[in-house]
Design a protein around this ligand. Structure first.
Ligand SMILES: Nc1nc2c(ncn2[C@@H]2O[C@H](COP(=O)(O)OP(=O)(O)OP(=O)(O)O)[C@@H](O)[C@H]2O)c(=O)[nH]1
Ligand SMILES: [Mg+2]
Length: 407
């Protein structure tokens, strides 16, 4: 594909970000918003004419459209319009320098809930290293911040809010620095600490109140953590846990929040912890549904029941699945870790991994290397015959991955 952007004053970063969305003309990045929608990959002249009739004459105008309405007006598939509109949104955001360059993820919960252990597992360990020895960090004093590149280029700030009572009181006293502009709230409750369920719920409610007052509504995931109690869980304990879940749901309802999720987690099932975390992360990223549409199209083309996109930590960025079997996802995470380990420790660069799980069920996992980042596309296929199509898919996904989280 021709690379048809010339750099004006916009930083080099923009060029890399936008590569792949544009063809046909050479132009300066700043001129993009006022250019014809025709500069976007895939938009043909017929569509441009249709858009013009609706007075959508430039990329900026296109970026402001609602895909559903436009689909009805133009008789074009919604998923296609969604793709173009999101491409336009990204182009405008980046060319106007108006994009989000990092995500704020807040981990909150009572002291000893397991927040620091979770962050440590997610950032320092491999997802299949079960029962790894955890270096005890001790209680976190105040708010701690860690930077991490997640899903490739997406910069994230992980805020670990030490949960001792004196710290909680301080955060709740209205420190805007602590909760302001959160993209994702992960609230951790120690499932084994039955006596403190109500205290934890009270803290969660206070935090939701702060967001409400600030007019913010970040996606919220509650981790019911340490769900690894050995042996028998008594009926009484089982009932307490069920009651806790009902109380959490009630709390969200009371605050009219419907963007939330409750998940069972444990650092001793780090593969599941990785999946829970990626699933929470994905919820706040507008572009993920666009990627999933692309995966679905290729899934159907390949006759594949599963198509998955991972980063090099084996965090699941997006997937398409026609039967929802988790075993493929977990198996692929294992393959990724194996490849990462062999590359790190033996300088062995495996180009494709395959794993035959059963008749007509072959997982083909391909690494894609872009700049200094590695991603993995994996597909469950009946034979490996068509697996080269995954490279094409990679090409198509690149600009979207490059821009994850910018709008
Ligand atoms: N059984 C079990 N123990 C865990 C798990 N996660 C963390 N722990 C243990 O729980 C204890 C507290 O973990 P931390 O991560 O320090 O807790 P925290 O939420 O950061 O606590 P504060 O910093 O005081 O707010 C440690 O002894 C951990 O080893 C888990 O999934 N299962
Ligand atoms: Mg801590």
């Amino acid at each position: 594909m021709d690379v048809c952007l010339e750099m004006g004053v916009a930083p080099f970063m923009s060029f890399e970000r936008l590569r792949g969305f544009l063809v046909k003309e050479r132009m300066e990045v700043e001129r993009i918003p006022k250019s014809s929608p025709q500069i976007i990959v895939g938009i043909d002249s017929e569509t441009v004419k249709g858009l013009k009739d609706l007075k959508i004459v430039n990329v900026k105008k296109l970026s402001q459209q609602d895909p559903k309405t436009l689909s009805q007006l133009m008789g074009i598939k919604k998923s296609l319009l969604e793709k173009w509109i999101y491409a336009a949104k990204i182009l405008v955001a980046v060319s106007e320098g108006n994009f989000k360059d990092r995500k704020k993820i807040v981990f909150a919960g009572l002291d000893n809930a397991g927040k620091t252990a979770i962050i440590h597992t997610l950032t320092k360990c491999e997802p299949t290293a079960k029962n790894q020895i955890l270096t005890e960090t001790g209680p976190t004093e105040g708010a701690r911040r860690e930077e991490a590149a997640l899903f490739g280029w997406m910069q994230a700030e992980l805020h670990d809010l030490g949960g001792k009572e004196q710290h909680r009181t301080k955060y709740l006293e209205g420190d805007r620095e602590i909760f302001g502009q959160t993209d994702l709230l992960i609230f951790v409750i120690d499932l084994q600490d039955y006596e403190r369920y109500n205290e934890a719920l009270g803290y969660l409610e206070s935090i939701l109140g702060i967001y409400n007052k600030a007019g913010e509504a970040p996606y919220t995931t509650v981790f019911l953590h340490k769900s690894d109690a050995e042996g028998f869980v008594s009926q009484e304990v089982g009932e307490r846990i069920d009651q806790l879940k009902r109380d959490i749901v009630k709390l969200f309802r009371k605050h009219h929040i419907n963007r939330y999720h409750i998940d069972n987690t444990s650092i001793f099932r780090s593969d599941k912890l990785f999946l829970s975390f990626s699933s929470a992360l994905r919820k706040g990223i507008n572009i993920v549904p666009v990627i999933e549409e692309i995966l679905k199209d290729y899934g159907e083309l390949l006759g594949s029941t599963h198509l998955m996109l991972f980063d090099n930590r084996a965090l699941l960025i997006a997937d398409y699945s026609s039967d929802g079997k988790e075993v493929f996802t977990t198996a692929t995470m294992g393959m990724i870790c194996l490849r990462e380990n062999l590359a790190k420790n033996y300088h062995l660069n495996i180009s494709t991994l395959t794993l035959e799980l059963g008749p007509n069920e072959i997982i083909v996992c391909k690494p894609l290397e872009w700049e200094d980042k590695v991603f993995y596309i994996a597909s469950v296929l009946p034979t490996t015959e068509k697996s080269n199509v995954l490279n094409l898919l990679g090409e198509e996904l690149q600009p979207w991955i490059r821009n994850l989280g910018v709008i």
